[in-house]
Design a protein. Structure first.
Length: 698
């Protein structure tokens, strides 16, 4: 990923320190050195469980439940048929015991774990419900009281298994983003030996410094730098950008990206856990594992629900024992415990977290801190660093003026020839523009005039290119026909360079940091959401104001020293604003950490990335609006799911206890299990709607 070019602070400093590019070097692995790991979606109540285990148990339990239902006296009475065969009385206790111990074992195990951890919740409620149901069923088989309950126990366990299977499946699909990222890395690589021979090796054998061949259509096996070849690379799996990026010698490449049209030779710089892709995996996993304020609320509610359900079950048992005997009391008690299982509550937040972080990762938005994403919904102001964020960090020629019989094309071509041996960012902008116009003549006798400009000869004529300092040193005057355009360029903050020949200025060029074409759309989107958009920069006031005016910013903070960006964020917060800071440089790190939410542009430095809560893998500022949309949408889903789960229990518990039995409303345990599972499905489907949130522009 590219390194941003530092700010040029205005016309007076144009070309100052020629050929002394002091830009900071940037690598993007964004990792803390820890190994990649699988995340847990929020507060995982089923640690160690997998969808396949629940699937197998569900189908076998269902197969055993069918004969239990068919041989039930209650069911036979309902449908008017009869079955009788030798040993039929053993169907209930034999098959029912198998369903209880084998199908319900993971619930019993989870309940025991919650008792040990002193964190009562969903698993303990489920295990209590099926234990009471099993005890009552066995008591019936022993003739202690009249109650046909085996089929309801089996149906209860089977429906619970179905609900958990679908829950684990949904969370597993969301976590699949991590597996998908891991699959981007090829299993093998082609390593180029010192003698040019090529050998196939496993990824684990690669080391930093190795030279590898990436064929056309092949994936890059490790982070590295191109040493030979040019190709367009598909980086969509890393940045979310669908358009291939042209890269050549000296450019960095990231493991997992695809060389679409040509082969490359790449010098490996990072392997394994040190690659950018491994860093992305860690960010996604950590975000899915992190809790949010809503999750804390859900956990507290689940614990409270355990005590409420237990008390309700005890009261229900006592009251119905007095009113209608032990059989009815047991049935009502089990129904209360089943209804109280906080399935929907347990899934409400973790699934939203898992889906939102997976969806955002696919769009190139990497959530490091779950709370940062949650806070983004209430941000009042987004503070953008200018260079490398709203602008590309690369100057382009924005204006040309000529005199003394030269055309504008002549000025660009001559200036490009003279600057061809310079490494200054402004020089590169001029030579790039000259190359676009056609062939550039060869310059001879190149010499740098430190802090003022450069000079060289073209076709035997001596020329110089430089800014105001060069004009003063040579004691030349700006021709009248160049005064008006150069004055306008200076007014809008462009760097102005002059072409001097034989003691006379014969042309001038304006250069400005190129504004990203996506920046205006990003600003408009954020303002439409009611968010203030502010720019902060070390550039001169006129440079900053020109960019601010072009983008329609709400406010511009200019001429800020790097160490004062942190203070600027604090000042905005003191004004009562909740601030999100977007930056990419080392000097942005304190401000990113100070802000309510820090967002690091992916082309930035490791320090900036480590200080941020959200990393934008691409440098498209429109992604910031996507983060706001995702934050608001995911928070909405959390609140909706919590409201549904809490409301369901508030209504269903009294019904399960028989509060409306006098009106003929009576819930059997199996019906309670169905209702509980339906509430879980509603929550899961609602969370899945997050996949429809548009995070990136079409």
């Amino acid at each position: 990923m590219s390194t941003p070019v530092p700010d040029t602070s205005g016309p007076e400093s144009a070309h100052a320190g020629h050929d002394q590019h002091d830009g900071h070097e940037s690598t993007h692995d964004g990792h803390d050195g820890h190994g990649a790991h699988d995340g847990h979606a929020g507060h995982d109540k089923h640690a160690g469980h997998d969808p396949e285990a629940f699937r197998r148990r569900f189908w076998l339990s269902l197969a055993l439940t069918i004969p239990l239902v068919l041989t039930s006296d209650m069911v036979m009475h309902w449908f008017g048929y009869s079955l009788d065969f030798r040993g039929m009385f053993l169907v209930g206790p034999v098959l029912g015991s198998f369903v209880f111990f084998w199908g319900g074992w993971q619930f019993l195990e989870g309940g025991a774990r919650e008792i040990r951890d002193r964190q009562p919740g969903m698993m303990l409620l489920i295990s209590m419900a099926i234990t009471v149901a099993y005890t009552a069923s066995m008591a019936m088989s022993l003739g202690w009281f009249e109650l046909d309950f085996w089929w309801e126990l089996a149906a209860l366990v089977t429906i619970m298994l179905l609900g958990h299977w679908q829950e684990m499946k949904a969370i597993g699909q969301a976590r699949g983003a991590l597996a998908a990222l891991a699959e981007l890395i090829p299993d093998d690589a082609e390593r180029v030996g010192a003698d040019g021979t090529i050998e196939a090796v496993s990824i684990g054998e690669l080391q930093a410094g190795d030279l590898v061949l990436v064929r056309s259509g092949g994936r890059v096996p490790a982070d590295g730098e191109i040493v030979e070849g040019e190709a367009e690379l598909d980086e969509s799996m890393i940045t979310g950008e669908s358009r291939p990026v042209a890269k050549g010698s000296g450019d960095g490449v990231v493991a997992g990206t695809v060389a679409t049209d040509s082969s490359l030779r790449v010098r490996v710089t990072a392997v394994g856990d040190d690659t950018a892709l491994a860093g992305i995996q860690r960010m996604v996993a950590d975000a899915q594992a992190s809790s949010s304020r809503a999750q804390v609320l859900a956990d507290r509610f689940a614990a409270l629900l355990f005590y409420v359900a237990t008390l309700t079950a005890l009261v229900t048992f006592v009251v119905w024992t007095l009113l209608d005997g032990a059989g009815t009391a047991v049935t009502k008690t089990v129904t209360v415990l089943v209804i109280a299982c906080p399935h929907a509550l347990g899934l409400a937040i973790p699934l939203v977290i898992a889906i939102s972080t997976a969806v955002s990762a696919r769009a190139g938005i990497l959530v490091k801190d779950r709370l940062a994403l949650e806070r983004m919904r209430s941000v009042d102001a987004v503070l953008f660093d200018k260079t490398g964020t709203l602008t590309r960090g690369n100057h382009i020629v924005t204006g040309v003026a000529a005199t003394a019989g030269l055309s504008e094309g002549d000025v660009v071509t001559l200036a490009g020839a003279i600057e061809s041996d310079s490494e200054h960012p402004l020089a590169r902008a001029i030579t790039a523009r000259a190359a676009e116009l056609g062939s550039v003549p060869t310059a001879e006798g190149f010499r740098s005039r430190a802090g003022r400009g450069v000079e060289a000869s073209v076709d035997g004529v001596r020329y110089a290119v430089g800014g105001p300092a060069l004009v003063r040193e040579l004691d030349v005057e700006v021709p009248r026909d160049l005064e008006e355009p150069t004055a306008e360029w200076i007014r809008v903050g462009a760097a102005v360079l002059y072409l001097v020949r034989a003691g006379e200025i014969v042309g001038a060029l304006a250069l400005q940091d190129e504004i990203r074409p996506e920046a205006r759309a990003a600003v408009d989107e954020l303002k439409a959401m009611g968010v203030q958009v502010i720019m902060i920069t070390g550039d001169a006031r006129q440079v900053a104001d020109a960019v601010g005016a072009e983008l329609g910013l709400d406010r511009v903070i200019a001429e800020v020293l790097p160490e004062d960006k942190d203070r600027a964020v604090a000042n905005l917060q003191e004004q009562g604003l909740r601030v999100a800071m977007v930056g990419d440089g080392v000097n942005d790190a304190p401000a990113l950490a100070r802000a309510d939410v820090g967002l690091a542009i992916g082309a930035g430095t490791d320090v900036a990335i480590e200080s941020a809560g959200v990393v934008l893998a691409s440098s498209d500022p429109r992604a910031v609006a996507g983060v706001v949309r995702l934050s608001r949408a995911s928070y909405r889903k959390m609140v909706q799911n919590l409201a549904w789960a809490a409301g369901y229990n508030a209504i269903a518990l009294p019904l399960a206890a028989g509060a409306l039995a006098w009106a003929g409303v009576d819930l059997a345990p199996a019906v309670g299990a169905v209702l509980m599972s339906l509430s879980t499905i509603v929550v899961a489907l609602n969370a899945q709607l997050l996949r429809r949130v548009q995070l990136r522009p079409e």
